[in-house]
Every structure is written in structure tokens, then in C-alpha cells.
Design a binder for this molecule. Structure first.
Ligand code: SF4
Length: 313
């Protein structure tokens, strides 16, 4: 499969069947914490970057064959998925052919466009990001293309929240010294009151970032900040690994497919694919030895990656 990946175990969503709708790192942001790599096409142009028909065919092939009991379809991208003009068709196709919820991960920057809001209406959960409500830190952390305006993003999120019948889980990723000042947090608290998402999810840099200066917050700092927000708020940065049960044996193609999309630690792989850690480590060492994989160290953890640049948002 070229566009479908996983399914992976997601703490937030259950067993999630991923769909990557872009062929490369096409985004209107170039976030300092991005785990995909540098944006190669910094644009707000909406186009059919991948053949929508091929994506729909892959979904049909998956559904026609034997597949694990998927909880949700999650549409994401090696960049920003709402830039793909076939997004609405993909959502509608899944809703017409399955009874599974559809989740969209987006940087939220194009929600001021009525056509895009309308396409997303058929989804069940939309997880947009808003890392800053102040111009200076917004530009520092997200490094948007010239076509992106912070005021449009905030008004788009407010409009979408009023119109969308499903759930909105707003993700805020904090980077130490970049968007965590008292003024930044106060602006986010005020803006999220206007947006009124169903949940706010606080995150920080947990995987190797694009820029080495993008430093993580501590769990203590995130907890302190979380107390300032109204409504339902949770910290989604994975500071402690959950216990896993019913482990399966490591499967090389699944692991390589996952690492093609983003660098992961051995425990990340075990968590996402429900695999046994000892076996995963043996397999990773073999793949390092035969140079299929490389490893890098970030924040004291070893991350494995393929030589491919193709990763997800
Ligand atoms: S984190 Fe998401 S929005 Fe930011 S540059 Fe990467 S793909 Fe784009």
C-alpha cells in the first residue's frame, strides 16, 4: 500500500488505520519541532497532490481483504492534509463504505476557507493545532508561509467550532523558551475560550525535532500550565509508557513502514504495533547492521529511522 499505513495503536484513538494523503513534505508551515523533516513545498496552494482514485482504491482493497478490527481511520499527511483537494472525497468514501469514525489531523491553518470547513463536516473528530495566539511566537515556532495569517487561523477555528457537529480536540505543542512565556500562555487561554474545543491536548517535543534548539517542556511545567486552561484538558506528551499486554512477535515490514514515516524509539514501536520489546530490539539491531536503518540520539533516547524522507505530520 502506498497511502495506507498501520494500523497503529494510538492512545487517543485506539487501533488507527492511517492514510497519508500527500506524496512529500508539502506544508504551509515549517515547524521547528516537525518530525517529518524540512518542508520541501511551502505553499497554500490546494491541489490533487496524490491521485485521489488510488487512495480510494487502497481503502477498498483493505476493506475487501482480511484486516485487524480497526477502531478509526485517521487521515494525516507528510505535511498538511487539507492542502489535498481530494480530502472531502476521501472522507465521504470512508463514511459511505464503513461505519468507522474518521479522524483528521490538521495544522488548522486553512479552516477560514468555507469550502474546506464544509469538506470536514462529514468527519467525526478533527484534531487541529494552535501552538501560539501571539504573532511573534507563532512565527518562531510554526514558520508559516507568507500566505498564512494568524488572525485567519483563529477566526477559522472559531467558525469551525460553531459549525462542526463532531468533536474538536485542539492540540497545543509547547517548546521551551519559544511559545511558553506567561504572555503566550495567557493569549492561548483567552483564545481557546473563544474557540471552545471539546478537549485541549497539551504536548511538547518528544521525537527528534527538525531544529535541535526545539527543546521539550518537563511534565511538571506542562501540568502547571494545564491548570490555567478552562474545560477538558489533557497532557498527551508520553512521559511514561503504559503497560502493554497481548504482545505479538516483531514483524519487519510493519516496523519499516512505520519508520519510513517518522523516527521512533524501540518502545514507541512496541507501543504502536503491540510488539514484544526484546524481539523488536533484536530486529532493529539486525536492520542497523545491514544498514537498512540508521539511529540518532535525542534527549537521551535512541531513535531509529530509514533512509527515506517520507514521514507523517
Ligand atoms: S508539524 Fe505538521 S504543520 Fe508543522 S511543518 Fe510538520 S507537517 Fe507541517
Amino acid at each position: 500500500m502506498k497511502y495506507l499505513f498501520g494500523p497503529v495503536n494510538s492512545r487517543r484513538l485506539g487501533l488507527s488505520q492511517g492514510i497519508d494523503v500527500l506524496p512529500a513534505k508539502i506544508c504551509n508551515f515549517n515547524c521547528i519541532y516537525c518530525e517529518v523533516g524540512a518542508t520541501t513545498r511551502h505553499t497554500c496552494d490546494r491541489q490533487e497532490y496524490s491521485p485521489t482514485k488510488e487512495i480510494l482504491d487502497e481503502i477498498d482493497t483493505l476493506l475487501a481483504g482480511e484486516h485487524p478490527p480497526i477502531d478509526v481511520f485517521t487521515i494525516t499527511a507528510s505535511g498538511e492534509p487539507t492542502l489535498h483537494s481530494g480530502l472531502g472525497s476521501i472522507i465521504n468514501h470512508i463514511k459511505h463504505t464503513t461505519n468507522k469514525p474518521v479522524v483528521i489531523l490538521t495544522n488548522g491553518s486553512l479552516l477560514h476557507i468555507a469550502e474546506i470547513r464544509s469538506e470536514l463536516m462529514a468527519a467525526d473528530i478533527v484534531i487541529p493545532s494552535l501552538d501560539s495566539a501571539r504573532e511573534e511566537s507563532f512565527r518562531k515556532i510554526n514558520r508559516p508561509a507568507k500566505c498564512v495569517q494568524l488572525a485567519d487561523i483563529i477566526s477559522g477555528l472559531c467558525s469551525f467550532s460553531r459549525e462542526f457537529p463532531g468533536k474538536i480536540w485542539l492540540e497545543i505543542l509547547l517548546v521551551k523558551g519559544i511559545n511558553d512565556s506567561d504572555a503566550d500562555i495567557a493569549a492561548l487561554v483567552e483564545t481557546t475560550r473563544k474557540i471552545r474545543p471539546d478537549r485541549i491536548q497539551l504536548n511538547t517535543v518528544v521525537r527528534p525535532p527538525l531544529e535541535s534548539y526545539a527543546a521539550p517542556m518537563t511534565e511538571h511545567e506542562l501540568k502547571k500550565i494545564a491548570r490555567q486552561f478552562a474545560g477538558q484538558i489533557e497532557i498527551i506528551a508520553d512521559f511514561a509508557k503504559r503497560k502493554r499486554h497481548h504482545l505479538r512477535s516483531a514483524a519487519e515490514p510493519e516496523i519499516l513502514d512505520m519508520l519510513k514515516r517518522r523516527p521512533c524509539t524501540a518502545p514507541d514501536i512496541c507501543e504502536a504495533l503491540n510488539l514484544d520489546l526484546d524481539q523488536v530490539e533484536i530486529l532493529l539491531n539486525k536492520l542497523l547492521r545491514n544498514t537498512t536503518l540508521t539511529s540518532i540520539t535525542h534527549a537521551g533516547k535512541i531513535y531509529y529511522q530509514t533512509h527515506s524522507e517520507n514521514t507523517v505530520t
